[in-house]
Design a binder for this molecule. Structure first.
Ligand code: AHM
Ligand code: MG
Length: 334
């Protein structure tokens, strides 16, 4: 149920009953994410004002520079969730290994694990382009009351109980699903409250946009090269327009609103592409499917892939259903 002027807090409570295991724990978790999002939003919005941009001088497990705001966002989400004893484990793009959270007494029975990219697209911060947080939530599969194990995090994406993203853009939005459609909430910064602004978000079956980093064209598989040419040819609704921000959350968010396809394929330089399965592609794929779209690695449904490791990468084709299917057709012909 959604209604005019509904706040995110009200929406969470009013829709709690939709969730089959409802005990309030997932609601408390989403509420904590909402709180952390506001803190990170505040930090991101100050980025141009104080000297907190630039790298923190450390490198994450994938050999990339960590931006200072990456570190802050990571710490904010981890401490918000840890202090509230609300999950039993967290995996983050910024941490080599997962974190085990040992609660006290009854809290020891927390049943959810959270995987996240605390600040995706962070190379865009210094040029004032939108960045985002992505999160994915599963029920643990090992027994409650024991420390979490790797297998709790390596579940196929179809087992997600909730997923979402926060986009720190011209306005800040939190968009999420618990498997009952996708809803978007916009932050009113004056009073620090998220309001339902985009109820029941959907991907149109076809759209006017294709989004891919064409600078890598010569390294792409033949199927992708041919699909890009197809996007540029005259035809039904074509040529499509090209839009690529290089910030996954913003690119997918725009395409969900306007209709389109996002592709980050494998290349001769990166056999599995760039994006990470567990905390980038899976949550975006869950949201996309819940919005009527489709997400695959070019051949296989993203949500059916059995993960092998925490930071694994996967090619990503995501967006309007018929467009993804067309791209898959080009891939299968190769
Ligand atoms: P990051 O997690 O290091 O920020 O990288 C992920 C980002 C995505 O937001 C974006 O879609 C992609 O990298 C852009 O990569 P490229 O610059 O190779 O096009
Ligand atoms: Mg990322």
């Amino acid at each position: 149920m959604s209604r005019k002027n509904q706040t995110l807090g009200e929406f969470i409570i009013e829709n709690q009953g939709e969730f089959q295991y409802s005990s309030g724990e997932l609601s408390r978790l989403i509420n904590s994410i909402r709180l952390a999002a506001k803190v990170v939003n505040h930090q991101v919005n100050k980025a141009g004002l104080v000297d907190i941009t630039g790298t923190a001088g450390e490198t994450n497990i994938q050999g990339e520079d960590q931006q200072k705001l990456d570190v802050m966002a990571n710490e904010t989400f981890i401490s918000t969730l840890t202090n509230r004893n609300i999950v039993c484990g967290i995996a983050s793009e910024e941490n080599d290994d997962f974190i085990t959270i040992q609660g006290q007494g009854e809290d020891h029975n927390n049943k959810y694990v959270l995987l996240m990219d605390p600040l995706d697209g962070s190379s865009n911060i210094d040029v004032n382009v939108s960045v985002g947080t992505i999160f994915s939530i599963y029920r643990r599969i090992t027994p409650a009351g024991t420390p979490v194990k790797l297998e709790d995090f390596l579940q196929p994406g179809r087992e997600q109980v909730a997923a979402g993203y926060i986009i720190y853009g011209t306005s800040t939005m939190l968009v999420y699903t618990t498997g009952h459609g996708v809803n978007g909430f916009t932050l009113n910064p004056a009073i620090g409250t998220f309001y339902l602004s985009h109820p029941n978000m959907t991907f149109s079956e076809m759209g006017p946009i294709y989004s891919v980093n064409e600078g890598n064209y010569v390294h792409f598989p033949e199927g992708v090269k041919k699909y890009i040419k197809y996007c540029q040819e005259e035809g039904e609704g074509r040529p499509y327009t090209s839009r690529y921000i290089g910030s996954l959350v913003s690119d997918i968010h725009r395409n969900m609103i306007k209709g389109g396809i996002y592709i980050y394929p494998k290349s001769s330089r990166a056999q599995n592409g760039k994006l990470r399965l567990l905390y980038e592609c899976n949550p975006m794929a869950f949201i996309t499917e819940q919005a009527g779209g489709k997400a695959s690695d070019g051949f296989t449904r993203i949500l059916d892939i059995k993960p092998k490791e925490l930071h694994e990468r996967v090619p990503f084709f995501c967006g309007s259903k018929l467009m993804v299917e067309k791209a898959e057709e080009f891939m299968s012909n190769e």
